[in-house]
Design a protein around this ligand. Structure first.
Ligand code: GUN
Length: 298
């Protein structure tokens, strides 16, 4: 059996952004201002620069103002903390996003912990992580939110299904597992790079989500026919035929899995755009809660 569906995150993300745009206009009408996201970037990590550019252009398209502040790569924790403090206190700011990873001299946990949870559009603060586990969070982490939106859009059943999450990062694996536990009736198996016999776990899965950041990790022999494959990996591998010298691949062997999976997300064009679309949803949600403006369900 060949693949039935390429899960087109790029097209769905466009739909999400256009829905957010309608609601942003409504917000602006009722609140007398547009939602505002402030992005903090420290240093010049090339991947982070691309991500921030994508986030800004998605906001632009969704009727959301987005301003970035770029700090030199050698600043200390206090310099970032002072900026976050200012943004916390600025009533015009609806969302604060500190792009990760931060340079090694910066205490990333301290910075994350000091963001006002009401402006925490990444869903990374301890308060929002806790709310996520109780199933009462308003601001869900962007990649897990995007994955759930995609599964729902394609009517992929989760009730009673085995979902294997490969990866336990605080950005994707752990919050995704918590979100699945809190909001679906799936059985959730969380694996990591030390998992003994990963293949045995993945073979049990009706849905596998790989967020390990290891190209080639999920091979066709590890997946049953009819499994849904969600590839969160974004890995740069050398490719001299490209002007950039590299190309992006996921964690999963897309070409081989295409012949076996029921549905699969491509890289690029799968979960990446859904993450960015979820961010603009979060900014609008934060803005409407903060301003006390009812814009209806997203
Ligand atoms: N770096 C990689 N992904 C993310 C994300 O979702 N949010 C932030 N702030 N940094 C990231």
């Amino acid at each position: 059996m060949g693949v039935d569906v390429i899960l087109d995150g790029k097209a769905l993300a466009r739909e999400v952004r256009s829905r957010v745009k309608e609601k942003s206009l409504l917000f602006a009408e009722r609140a007398g201002r547009r939602p505002l996201l402030r992005v903090v970037l420290v240093g010049e990590d090339p991947a982070s620069i691309v991500y921030v550019r994508n986030k800004k252009s998605a906001c632009d398209e969704a009727g959301i103002d987005c301003l970035d502040t770029i700090l030199p790569g050698n600043v200390d924790t206090n310099a970032v903390a002072t900026l976050v403090d200012d943004l916390n206190c600025d009533d015009k700011v609806d969302g604060i996003l500190v792009q990760m990873p931060l340079p090694p001299q910066i205490d990333a946990a301290r910075i994350t912990e000091m963001i006002d949870p009401a402006k925490d559009v990444d869903g990374f603060t301890p308060w929002n992580v806790g709310l996520l586990s109780t199933g009462r969070a308003s601001l869900l982490p962007c990649t897990p939110r995007g994955i759930l939106t995609l599964l729902k859009h394609y009517s992929i059943e989760t009730r009673g299904r085995n979902i294997c999450v490969v990866g336990r990062s605080s950005i994707v694996g752990r919050p995704l597992a918590n979100l699945l536990l809190a909001s679906t009736d799936a059985t959730v198996d969380v694996c990591n790079s030390h998992t003994r016999d990963l293949k045995a776990h993945v073979l049990q899965a009706d849905i596998v989500v790989s967020a390990a950041g290891c190209p080639g990790l999920i091979r066709a022999d590890m997946v049953r026919e009819g499994t849904v494959v969600v590839d969160v990996g974004i890995n740069r591998i050398p490719d001299p035929s490209r002007k950039s010298g590299y190309r992006l691949v996921g964690d999963c062997d897309f070409e081989a899995l295409k012949g076996k999976a029921a549905a699969i997300t491509p890289v690029p064009g799968g979960i990446g755009p859904m993450t960015v679309a979820s961010l603009v949803e979060n900014v609008l949600i934060a803005a409407s809660i903060r301003a006390g403006v009812d814009i209806g369900a997203l």
